[in-house]
Design a binder for this molecule. Structure first.
Ligand code: GLN
Length: 499
C-alpha cells in the first residue's frame, strides 16, 4: 500500500478501516503504526496517559495472522484506546490519579477484553479527570505521554479550551484523528459532554448493558462504559462488541445477549415522536447552543419525525441529587485506596492511622478530596435521612418523570450542555462546572441510554452537540436517529486544523 493512501487512514473511521482491513487492503500493523505516529505528533494535546507501540504492534501482528487465516473478528486490526479508568494488563491504569500512578492490573476489564476479542488493537490509555470526577478534564494528576508535568487535556478545535470531561482524552483523541474510536465512561455525562465539546459522537448504553468489571469505580449505581467515535455508524460497531452480559463478575450486569446496534441505522423515522423537554431550553442555555440544537430538531421534522413538547419538571433537582448521591458512593468506593491494599503509600508515618491519613492526603487531588468529604458528610449519622435518603427519593421521582415523558414520545432530544467548551482555567468555581451538568444528569440518574451527536458550531467556531435520550434498551433507535441526522448534515465530518 502506498504512503499516499496511508495518510488517509485516520479519515476512514471505524467502519471504513474495518472494511479495508477485512479486505486486506491495509494491514493491522500499518494501521497501528500510522495511529501511533499521529498520537506522538499530537502529544501536546495531552490525550494519552500511556502509549506503547510495541504492545500495539504485537496485537496488530496477531490480528494480521487472524485475518490471513480467515478467523478474524469483525473489528480485526481497528486501533482504539481506552479511557484510563478501565484496567488493562498491557498498560498502566491510573484513573489520572497520583494514587494509582504506575499501577498495573493483573487482568483486563471485561469491556477491554470484549473489544480485544472482536479484534481491536489497543494503542494505550487516555486521559480523564481524576477518578472520572469532573467535566473539563482539567483534574489530571499524572503527566501525559511526552509531557513532563500533569496538564489538562486540550480541545483540538481550540487548544486554549477544555475538551470537556471526564472523558476528555477520549473525545480529543477521536476529534484529532489519533484513534478512530475510544472507550469512555459516563457517570453523569462524561461521554456526552466531551463528545459534544469536541464535535464527536458518543453514546452511553442502558445501565447494566456494559460490564463494570475492571472499571475503576466512581459511583457504582451510575457508572457506565460506552464509546466515542466519529459517527453513529462507528459507535454502533464498537458498542455492539463492548456490551454483553457479565453476570458472574458484575452484580448489576444485565443478563441479556449481545445486540447488533447497527441493525436499525438506516431505519425510517417518519412519524417518530421526539420529545423536547421545555426545561432544557430555559434560562442558562446559551443562544449559540439553542440555535444549533433547534436547527437539528428542524432537520428531524424534515425527515418526517414529529416534535412533541414535554416537561421534565424536576430537571433542576438533578444537580443537587447527583452531587449528593455520587459523592456518597465515591466516598465508599475510594475507601479501598488506603496505602495498604492499593495505591500510593506515604514514605513516612508514625502509626496505621497516620499512614492512611498521609497516603490519602498526598495522593488524592483537590476535587477527589472534596467529593470524599461531601460523601462522608451526607452519609453520616444525623444527615443521612436529610440528604442521602431524600436524594434517593428524588432520584426515583426524576426517573418516573422520564417514564411519564416516554408515554408521550419515543425519544427525547435537547442540548447536551448549556454552552460550548470554555477556556482552560475559565471556570474556577467547582459549582459552576457542576451546574453545567444539568442536561446530562437526568438520563444518568434514570439509567437510560443517551448520546451526543454533532449538531453545528457555536461561539468561537466550537462544536455543539445534540443530546438524544432513549428509554431502556433503546440504543439501536438512538443510533438510528443519529445516523439519519449524519446522512442529512456534515457536522460530524468537519475536522479541526491541527498544529
Ligand atoms: N461532570 C460530572 C461529575 O463531575 C460527571 C462525571 C462523569 O460522568 N464521570 O461528576
Amino acid at each position: 500500500m502506498s504512503s499516499s493512501n496511508n495518510t488517509e487512514l485516520h479519515d476512514l473511521g471505524v467502519a471504513g478501516l474495518a472494511a479495508r482491513l477485512q479486505a486486506r487492503q491495509v494491514s493491522a500493523v500499518e494501521a497501528a503504526r500510522h495511529f501511533v505516529q499521529r498520537a506522538r505528533q499530537q502529544q501536546a494535546l495531552g490525550a494519552f496517559l500511556a502509549l506503547d507501540e510495541d504492545v500495539a504492534l504485537a496485537q496488530a501482528r496477531a490480528q494480521d495472522e487472524a485475518l490471513a487465516a480467515g478467523r478474524a473478528g469483525p473489528l480485526a486490526g481497528v486501533p482504539i484506546a481506552h479511557k484510563d479508568v478501565f484496567v488493562t494488563r498491557d498498560f498502566p491504569s491510573t484513573a489520572a490519579s497520583r494514587m494509582l500512578a504506575g499501577y498495573r492490573s493483573p487482568f483486563d476489564a471485561t469491556i477491554v477484553a470484549n473489544l480485544a476479542a472482536a479484534g481491536c488493537v489497543s494503542l494505550g490509555k487516555l486521559s480523564c479527570d481524576e477518578f472520572a470526577m469532573g467535566g473539563s478534564n482539567e483534574n489530571v494528576a499524572v503527566p501525559a505521554v511526552g509531557l513532563s508535568e500533569p496538564q489538562p487535556v486540550r480541545n483540538p478545535w481550540d487548544t486554549a479550551r477544555v475538551p470537556g470531561g471526564s472523558s476528555g482524552g477520549s473525545a480529543t483523541a477521536v476529534a484529532a484523528g489519533l484513534v478512530p474510536g475510544a472507550t469512555a465512561s459516563d457517570t453523569g455525562g462524561s461521554i456526552r459532554q466531551p463528545a459534544s465539546f469536541c464535535g464527536t459522537t458518543g453514546i452511553k448504553p442502558t445501565y447494566g448493558r456494559a460490564s463494570r468489571y475492571g472499571m475503576i469505580a466512581f459511583a457504582s449505581s451510575l457508572d457506565q462504559a460506552g464509546v466515542v467515535a466519529r459517527s453513529a455508524e462507528d459507535c454502533a460497531l464498537l458498542l455492539s462488541q463492548l456490551c454483553g452480559p457479565d453476570v458472574l463478575r458484575d452484580s448489576t450486569s444485565l443478563d441479556m445477549p449481545p445486540e447488533d446496534f447497527s441493525r436499525q441505522l438506516d431505519g425510517r423515522i417518519e412519524g417518530l415522536r421526539i420529545g423536547v423537554p421545555r426545561e432544557f431550553f430555559g434560562e442558562g442555555l446559551q443562544d449559540d447552543v439553542r440555535t444549533a440544537v433547534q436547527a437539528a430538531l428542524r432537520e428531524y421534522e424534515k425527515l418526517g419525525a414529529k416534535l412533541v413538547d414535554i416537561s421534565l419538571p424536576r430537571t433542576d433537582l438533578a444537580v443537587p441529587v447527583y452531587y449528593i448521591l455520587s459523592p456518597a458512593e465515591a466516598s465508599s468506593n475510594l475507601s479501598r485506596f488506603d496505602g495498604v491494599r492499593y495505591g500510593h503509600r506515604a514514605a513516612q508515618y508514625t502509626d496505621l492511622m497516620d499512614m492512611y491519613k498521609k497516603s490519602r492526603s498526598e495522593a488524592f487531588g483537590e476535587e477527589v478530596k472534596r467529593r470524599i468529604m461531601i460523601g462522608t458528610y451526607v452519609l453520616s449519622e444525623g444527615y443521612y435521612d436529610a440528604y442521602y435518603l431524600q436524594a434517593q427519593r428524588l432520584r426515583r421521582m426524576i426517573a418516573d418523570d422520564l417514564q411519564q415523558a416516554f408515554t408521550q414520545c419515543d425519544v427525547i432530544a435537547g442540548p447536551v450542555a448549556p454552552s460550548v467548551a470554555w477556556t482552560i482555567g475559565g471556570k474556577s468555581d467547582p459549582l459552576a462546572t457542576y451546574l453545567a451538568d444539568i442536561y446530562t444528569l437526568p438520563a444518568s440518574l434514570a439509567g437510560l441510554p443517551a448520546m451526543s451527536v454533532p449538531a453545528g458550531f457555536g461561539e468561537g467556531g466550537m462544536p455543539v452537540g445534540l443530546q438524544l435520550i432513549g428509554n431502556h434498551f433503546g440504543e439501536a433507535r438512538l443510533l438510528n436517529l443519529a445516523h439519519r441526522l449524519q446522512q442529512a448534515t456534515d457536522f460530524h465530518q468537519r475536522r479541526p486544523a491541527l498544529a
